[in-house]
Ligand binder design. Structure first.
Ligand code: BGC
Length: 719
């Protein structure tokens, strides 16, 4: 009886809340309608296109402010001039540099994505920005994509969980997230012209789910259309993506903003779902959504109803941001933000190999350390094309190592290699960037030889991985392999630290080196987080968010010759088999698999159970995994749940990630880890009937420490 009453009370409470929300929404929409009624057509149209590089007009006489935006995702970009990209030379815009997208993904911790978002939101408020062009989470289809570092992972579920929290974090501060780039910006080569042919099942299962989650669960207020075409239509005028899926199916209420300079036509873009045109060139009144749109409305090629809908969406965004009640003031580059950046960075670092148990470093025995490599002294907040951050500070690896080990050890530095590569140069001008520098190598080997330990910081940088172009190979740049060989020969106690945002060829290093740590473009606190991992203050808990192939030709887009496309057209021939879905289904052994990462402790998986064996549609499968810390130190494990349809009647991936949880476990203790999978989430998209279909029958549920390290398996049945 008590249970029944509680249930009723709960129902009433929930419905009460929903209807209050609905009422608020109705009141807001009515308010917006009354404002729209007061506006002239010219005033409406002025709101639909940029009036400067990073803003669009308001209507002064009605008290409607400009809509201001700024770039993410690495932090709030410095103030640039109103009409050009040069610095405005402010002294108050130094910001927190946050770990890059793939670093956030490597935490496998949605709370970290949320922390990231809150900082972005607070710093945006301090700069009076309404919309942050962040987070970016296109699927890492192809390891050479120049923007892999900006994006999260190769898996739609992991992307979705992180995107939802990043959006919630940003918007908790009454700042709009602008999720990007919708959809399928998976290569930078020809990004402004390429047409991506993607079948609907693949779009629905791989490239769209994280966007859907960010809209429906995260309630993202704005979204940026990508530069490329999808199935024949520019993303800024793609009726299927913008009108049918985003606005109608997903119920998106906010505004679609074009990527900068990504609009091609007036009428097609206006009718097919774009709301705000940004970044075009030429006089502002001649942009596609300026005078030409006015003219198109006047002759009836675009209806005023469509214009009103766009204005309604923009005002809706404003009421949740600049025009929100009690709008927070924000704060920038505070110590608290630094602390949060440290927390994210320290959970993102991936321990790839520790065969000699060199890590964590035993400070008592180590009296001298050779820190080697240009990346040990390099900062990553800026560089290359695309948005960076004017970081208030950035702790380099060398500075971090000095601060954590400087009291007890003599620390020497050698550059080891020269990073002779600039994104702005031509291939000819960059020629020779991959050649080793023998003098620097000799210097480095000499200090390594005289030290107890060498910490060799290599990888890439923000020039080498950059928006606007893709890498040409997976090879480590700057002759780094020769440096690794020389330093390792001089001192076998060498720790290889790789700082980069995308997969590289680590075959040689994996074979010849016993200690490998992966760090990223890891934000203001990167060096401290890295040094604390080396010291064991932090037990590494990052897991790879994408597969490292043995060879580029193993990766699907290369194996099927569908990158970078022919005649500006590329067909996603691998379909749904992206990332580990491809490697596992095709039995191709990766170098490092999705979800891989070691710890200073070990975890034993001692149990996997489900609440039932047989399920119906709309049920939830309550899964419990038991994980024991069998080592001597506290650590965090990312418990991963994959599913596989047994005897599927259609092609399915060998496994699909459906849930994960990061848990902290003290030595000797067993964590009981509950996780849910909705039966509906076992569905595939049937493009013959245009519906999600859950095939009845047996599904394996696999509890795993990585996509290749399955520890426990059980079966459930769907009826
Ligand atoms: C990028 C976007 C960015 C915009 C504004 C474009 O080139 O693709 O991600 O937000 O520029 O800087």
């Amino acid at each position: 009886m008590i249970k029944y009453i509680t249930a009723c009370a709960l129902t009433l409470f929930v419905f009460g809340n929903v209807s209050a929300q609905n009422k608020d929404e109705v009141t807001l929409q009515n308010k917006i309608s009354s404002i729209i009624k007061k506006m002239t057509l010219e005033e409406k149209i002025a709101m639909l296109h940029g009036n400067a590089l990073f803003s669009s007009a308001g209507v002064k006489r009605l008290g409607i402010p400009e809509l201001t935006c700024d770039d993410g995702p690495l932090g709030v970009r410095e103030e640039i001039k109103r009409f050009d990209w040069n610095s405005a030379n402010w002294t108050t815009d130094s910001a927190t540099f946050l770990p890059n997208g793939s670093a956030i993904a490597a935490t496998w911790n949605p709370d970290m994505a949320n922390k990231y978002g809150v900082i972005i939101g607070q710093e945006a408020n301090a700069r009076k920005k309404d919309v942050m062009l962040s987070p970016a989470f296109n699927i890492c289809r192809m390891p050479l994509n120049g923007r892999t570092y900006e994006y999260y992972s190769e898996d739609p579920y992991l992307n979705g969980r992180l995107a939802v929290q990043a959006v919630k974090g940003i918007q908790s501060q009454d700042v709009a997230a602008c999720i990007k780039h919708f959809a399928a910006n998976n290569q930078e080569v020809n990004r402004n012209n390429i047409n991506e042919e993607i079948d609907e099942r693949t779009l629905r299962e791989i490239y769209l789910p994280a966007f859907k989650a960010a809209i429906q669960e995260g309630n993202a207020y704005t979204i940026m259309s990508a530069y490329n075409k999808v199935n024949g239509y520019w993303c800024s005028e793609n009726d299927f993506l913008l009108n049918k899926v985003l606005k109608k199916e997903w119920g998106f209420k906010g505004a679609v903003i074009s990527d900068w300079g990504g609009v091609h036509h007036t009428i097609a873009a206006a009718n097919n779902g774009l709301d705000i045109e940004m970044g075009s060139s030429g006089p502002y009144d001649q942009w596609y959504f300026a005078d030409p749109l006015l003219a198109a409305v006047k002759v009836g090629q675009v209806s005023e109803k469509i214009i009103d809908d766009k204005v309604r969406r923009i005002l809706w965004v404003m009421y949740h941001t600049s025009m929100s009640a009690n709008h927070p003031k924000g704060s920038i580059a505070t110590p608290a933000h630094g602390k949060a950046a440290y927390a994210i960075a320290s959970e993102s670092i991936v321990l790839l190999k520790n065969d000699a148990h060199l890590l964590p470093l035993k400070t008592n025995n180590i009296k001298s350390i050779a820190v080697i490599g240009d990346n040990a002294i390099r900062t990553f907040a800026l560089g290359g094309y695309g948005a960076g951050v004017k970081a208030k500070y950035e702790i380099t690896a060398l500075a971090g190592i000095r601060s954590r080990f400087g009291q007890t050890a003599d620390i020497k530095f050698a550059q080891g290699y020269k990073a002779n590569y600039l994104a702005s140069r031509t291939d000819e001008q960059n020629a020779g960037y991959d050649k080793p520098n023998d003098t620097l190598i000799a210097e480095a080997a000499a200090i390594a030889k005289k030290s107890d330990v060498a910490i060799l910081c290599i990888g890439s940088n923000r020039e080498y991985e950059s928006e606007g172009h893709d890498r040409k190979t997976l090879a480590l740049p700057f002759g780094e392999q020769a440096l690794v060989n020389a330093v390792t020969a001089a001192n076998p106690n060498t720790i290889i630290v790789i700082m980069a945002g995308a997969p590289y060829d680590l075959n040689e290093i994996k074979k010849s080196n016993h200690t490998i740590v992966w760090s990223w473009f890891n934000g203001s606190e990167a060096g401290n987080a890295l040094a604390d991992v080396l010291k064991g203050v932090i037990n590494p808990s990052g897991k790879m968010p994408f597969t490292f192939p043995v060879s580029l030709h193993d990766s699907p887009a290369f194996a099927l010759n569908s990158y970078p496309g022919e005649n500006l057209n590329t067909t996603y021939k691998e379909g749904i088999l992206v990332g580990y879905r491809w490697y596992d289904t095709k039995n191709i052994e990766p170098l490092y698999c999705f979800g891989y990462g070691l710890s200073y402790t070990n975890f034993g998986y001692t149990g996997l159970s489900t609440d039932k064996k047989n399920y119906q549609l709309n049920d939830k499968i309550a899964v419990t995994v038991k994980v024991k810390n069998t080592g001597n130190v506290t650590g965090k494990e990312v418990v991963q749940l994959y599913i596989k349809k047994v005897n599927s009647s259609i092609l399915r991936a060998d496994k699909e990630l459906k849930a994960f949880k990061k848990v902290m476990i003290t030595p000797g203790k067993t964590a009981i880890v509950p996780m849910n999978i909705k039966v509906n989430d076992l569905a595939y998209f049937d493009d013959k009937v245009n519906k999600w279909v859950v095939e009845p029958g047996e599904y394996k549920i696999m509890a795993a420490s990585s996509s290749k390290d399955i520890r426990k398996v059980t079966s459930i049945y769907v009826h």
